[in-house]
Design a protein around this ligand. Structure first.
Ligand SMILES: [Zn+2]
Length: 314
């Protein structure tokens, strides 16, 4: 009898372990730094050091997406900034194309969107070519994938012809808004303010993770491998490792974008052509025709953070 109970407990434990396995792939946008245009090369290099240190400490794979024009100083590509970008690749982080000037594919004509993609290839392709490799992922600015089916199909085929796969986002959030509040506190030398923003940041992201885990469960009766969107900013430069520790506490293991993309969930078509740069989980839900109430559990950014940032739109 005792053996049977132990066996049953063991079986239960194994089942729990299997059903609780959750996976997340981290992507980081707007390299070399979201606010690159507003900082000098020394500050850019300093924050890069912080981000790379945090990523190494967290021991997570990361795929990061570059805006070529953020490598420029006074309208010219700056060799020092390219060298700073190379540090990411040297640290084992995969780099992808996030366009030259971060133009929305919902807003600009197709030829202009194509030009922005091509101009976004310059430095990442050079850095990869030096290793006999090439970048393979593209991330849409604002997660806007084309205002109609023709625009989307045309640009998707164009990206495909350049050898790019589209990197979706399921675990969307407004880390950029927290980062803006954080930068204001940094500029004001307000360490209590920095602390207050960070204290709200981690629970917010984890609440978002639970929201999208619920959505995955509701739509697919399982936990799909999630793709998290973060940005290259000072906030993550100080708190990325702590955030990853929270994910692990919640039962997540970290995987690469390539591993996540093997899941069949990412083979789905979506017919979402709205203006918002929303999560792919929300696109698939809308494609299924869910009602507005389906999104009632959405997690808002706390008002205190919006007030600090002076930004009221998420
Ligand atoms: Zn971006």
């Amino acid at each position: 009898m005792k053996t049977l109970i132990i066996l049953l407990l063991l079986a239960l434990h194994i089942t729990t372990a299997q059903t609780s396995s959750k996976y997340v792939a981290v992507t980081m946008d707007d390299l070399p730094l979201s606010i690159a245009a507003r900082v000098d090369n020394a500050e850019l290099d300093r924050v890069t050091t912080l981000l790379l240190k945090q990523i190494a400490e967290a021991r997570t794979p990361v795929t990061a997406f570059v805006n070529e024009n953020k490598l420029e100083v006074n309208g010219k590509r700056d060799p020092q900034r390219v060298a700073t970008l190379k540090r990411w690749l040297d640290a084992g982080i995969a780099l992808g194309n996030h366009t030259y000037a971060h133009k929305s594919q919902n807003r600009v004509p197709v030829p202009e969107a194509k030009e922005d993609i091509v101009k976004g290839m310059r430095s990442i392709h050079e850095l990869y070519a030096a290793r006999g490799e090439r970048p393979r992922w593209f991330r849409h600015p604002y997660l806007q994938t084309g205002r109609d089916s023709l625009t989307r199909a045309t640009l998707t085929a164009f990206l495909d012809s350049l050898g790019y796969g589209i990197a979706p986002v399921t675990l969307d959030n407004a880390d950029w808004l927290f980062a803006s509040a954080y930068d204001k506190a940094v500029a004001a030398n307000d360490s209590a303010g920095m602390h207050a923003v960070a204290a709200e940041y981690l629970p917010y992201i984890m609440a978002k993770a639970r929201y999208y885990a619920w959505m995955s469960d509701t739509l697919y009766k399982r936990q799909i491998p999630q793709i998290l969107l973060l940005h290259a900013n000072r906030l993550n430069g100080d708190h990325y490792a702590a955030l990853c520790a929270e994910f692990r506490k919640d039962g997540y293991a970290f995987i690469t974008l390539d591993e996540a993309m093997k899941d069949e969930v990412y083979r789905q078509y979506d017919t979402f052509f709205g203006g918002g740069g929303i999560s792919w989980l929300e696109r698939w839900a809308k494609t299924r025709g869910v009602t507005r109430e389906f999104f009632a559990k959405e997690v808002p950014v706390p008002m205190s953070i919006k007030e600090r940032a002076g930004i009221y739109e998420e």
